[in-house]
Design a protein. Sequence first.
Length: 381
Amino acid sequence: MTERYRGGRRAPDPREAGDPAAFVARLQDLKDWSGLTYRELTAHAEALGQVLPRSTVANMLSRATLPREELLTSFVLACGVDPSSLESWLVVRKELAVRGAYGSGPEAAGTVPGRRAGPAAGEDGGGIEDTGADAADTDDDTDDAEISADAVAGAGDHADGALRWPAAPEPDPEPEPPRPGAGPRVRRTLVGLVAVTGLVLAAVSVVVALVRDGTPEPPPGRPRPTAPAAGDVRIRVIGSDLCLGERRGGRSGQVFQQECAGATTPLYSLKDLGADRWRIVSDHPDYGPGCSGIPSGGRIPDAALEDSECGDPTRVERFALEPLGTPVRGYRIVPVGSATAGVCVTVVGDRTAAWARLAQAPCRTDGRGQLFSFDRRNTSG
């Protein structure tokens, strides 16, 4: 049902907006007026025959540029505004777009200090498939920890990040023939040389084993990683032994690492798509079935891993689960088709801390913060 008043409050008036940034602020006011969550807006739009992905709404409201007309229509109607009031939103948007095309200065261009500039006409370049900055994580108590510098740099033992084999020991020189009367001393010297050579060769073997695939052996006592297989799983982070999940009561779908005993929101399973491709399926106690994915097609370099409804064409929802190390130290989760090449799902920020978030980041040669185990779990969680 559409309406102009809700809870005694009149819907926001778009005519109060004098520039694109103010127009987007009115859209945020409209969402607040509706009282609907992102998921509920998506469901309302679907009931009206519209397409309104949750991550697209979050992107739209985080920018200072005008949304496309079709996106604006879907959003305003999903908020519960009647069609006659929708017309005023479309008219104001068109006026601001025309003003931006012929005006000048930051206001005309749809930018404000400290915000990234949009297209020259102050108009969002994307339609329903929004390519804006990711704003999917809307939990008030969530820190948007930046990706640490070592998440970008490869893990090498040298300044250029390359892994190098240790130099082979020089061959031992031919021993001189023993001088008369010096037999015991020469024998003691040869025994010492043999012992030292053995120690050097042993040390070289250990170093080679550590650097041949760039990843250290797991500490003794920690469980070995479990290979991916279709069915119910608990996704455990190698190194921290924390498990993936969301904050119960959160609305963003952002995935964090947390204590495994409490990682039941949502429950995860793997679906084999064939050709070494997988879907990570989520079962949320409040929102039902969904899929893990990277929003905006992975165009944002540090886009979050989030759970949402399956089938959103703007999200990357297929993954390659690649083993790393010999023997295998863990499995990378690689977004297939991400617009940002060479990325892996990564624990960012403090990799040992509970509630560190997961996002795509450049794959590391040592796999730190990027290796996972797909431990089996029973249907009771």
